[in-house]
Design a protein around this ligand. Structure first.
Ligand code: KE4
Length: 437
């Protein structure tokens, strides 16, 4: 597939200017803006397999994958057909369907800690519900989160957030009242002592800990040995709920999520992204005892007009069935390994300090001389200017990364040997650009 790359082309630029007239920043999510790398976002038209195509006809090898959902590759035929067939039967009913039960059963059967599920429409709704569940189930108010972790744009958790909030340098946000975050305790990711200190001071008032089991919103930072186990121990000791925000890691780092990968069991799991196969789906899961607290079974209120949406359920079922039945992660393993080794080699050849990290089918590229990146401050110290030069040259060569040094990269089943070869070829001029001051 050969193309003359000149992103963003005239149609993309025209669309961006038009979008800016009617939508803040011309985008519907700050993570899509190019503010952190310079230039204007590329407007996309369609995607297939490992490729995404912009409105000017340029093709890009895509490592964003809709920020995680597209692990099967774009426009997976089985998933698209499931959505098309369901759409022909009507879009939304406001009444229960068997599809919701089918997806809930799939999640229950794939994730051991989940006995019961509530469907929602986004990762933010999933984490919002998870926190309310923890507070409702314990009768306590305080929640521990981690600087650099992002759990969606819900007020109590939009404190020292990652992702767009980190990229835009606005940890926290105007519009979030002090009172709403008064019960949010911020600890340091991969620093168990900081969590122990929070519990020593507030232990009996802490409803739960919410954590990204792999920090995918400050690039890609795995938990250090003992960190997740330590959080589990503290929650057991103080009677708090351990919430794994697996919106990004669920079905991404392992067919049963980070909790299976690291063998640490949370009390509540928040899901999103892959669980909907690219459609707007989130989910909260946990033991029946905890989940039965939710209305109408229990008194913890939560609701949603389009929760369990038939098209989202159809896409989620088609996607999870393939993850369950075909070892998608085993297929990805050799390719992501070769990609990162090849990038490290080409960075070294260009004299660029690069550290790569990955868990399962998600990865991070850090422009730093650090051997390992385990802390938020190390991420913040990376060379974002070098990343921006790398990003734009790669884009011009037909490879699309998330436009931020604080976002992770996502592989799909469609990123085969040929795709890796093309990516590594594009990386050579990109690292040469990164090396230039
Ligand atoms: P959504 O509400 O965007 O579906 O999910 C929020 C969320 C919750 N938890 C984790 C661990 C997440 O990564 C996310 C969303 N991730 C970002 C990407 N870093 C979404 C991209 C965007 O905001 O456009």
């Amino acid at each position: 597939m050969s193309h003359d790359f000149s992103p963003p082309g005239p149609h993309s630029q025209a669309l961006f200017e038009r979008a800016c007239e009617v939508m803040p920043g011309g985008v519907n999510s700050p993570a899509r803006t190019f503010n952190a790398v310079g230039g204007s976002p590329v407007f996309m038209d369609r995607a297939e397999g490992a490729y995404i195509f912009d409105v000017d006809g340029n093709a890009y090898i895509d490592y964003v994958g809709s920020f995680g959902p597209m692990i099967l590759g774009h426009a997976d035929p089985t998933t698209v057909a499931a959505v098309q067939n369901q759409a022909a039967k009507g879009l939304s009913f406001g009444a229960p369907t068997g599809l919701e039960t089918e997806l809930a059963e799939l999640i229950r059967d794939m994730i051991d800690s989940v006995e019961s599920v509530r469907m929602v429409n986004s990762g933010t709704e999933a984490t919002t519900t998870a926190v309310r569940l923890a507070r409702g189930a314990t009768g306590r108010n305080k929640i521990v989160k981690f600087a650099g972790n992002y759990h969606g744009h819900v007020d109590p958790l939009l404190v020292s957030a990652g992702s767009g909030a980190l990229t835009l340098g606005i940890p926290g946000s105007p519009g979030v009242p002090e009172a709403v975050v008064a019960d949010t305790l911020v600890a340091t990711y991969n620093d168990l002592a900081s969590v122990e200190a929070a519990f020593a001071e507030h232990g009996d008032d802490i409803a739960g800990i919410i954590v990204e089991p792999v920090a995918g919103n400050m690039n890609c930072v795995p938990p250090v040995d003992g960190f997740l186990e330590g959080l589990r121990g503290l929650c057991d000791r103080y009677g708090a709920a351990l919430i794994f925000d697996e919106v990004m890691t669920g079905f991404r780092v392992h067919p049963a999520g980070a909790q299976a990968y690291f063998d640490v069991t949370p009390d509540i799991t928040a899901l999103g992204k892959i669980v909907g196969g690219g459609m707007p789906v989130g989910a909260v899961g946990g033991s029946k005892a905890i989940m039965e607290s939710l209305a109408p079974a229990g008194s913890v209120y939560q609701a949603g007009t389009l929760a369990g949406h038939p098209l989202g359920m159809a896409a989620g079922i088609a996607t999870l069935q393939q993850i369950r039945d075909h070892d998608v992660h085993a297929a990805i393993e050799p390719n992501i390994t070769r990609l990162l080794a090849g990038l490290e080699q080409r960075a070294a050849n260009a004299g660029v300090a690069l550290t790569t990290q990955r868990v399962g089918a998600m990865f991070g590229l850090f422009f730093t001389a650090e051997d390992a990146v385990t802390r938020f401050e190390q991420v913040a110290a990376c060379d974002t200017e070098a990343f921006a030069r790398f990003f734009h040259t790669l884009l011009a060569e037909g490879v699309y990364l998330a436009p931020s040094a604080f976002e992770a990269g996502f592989m799909s089943r469609a990123h085969d040997n040929t795709i890796i070869d093309r990516t590594l070829a594009a990386a050579e001029p990109a690292f040469a650009a990164a090396a230039r001051r």
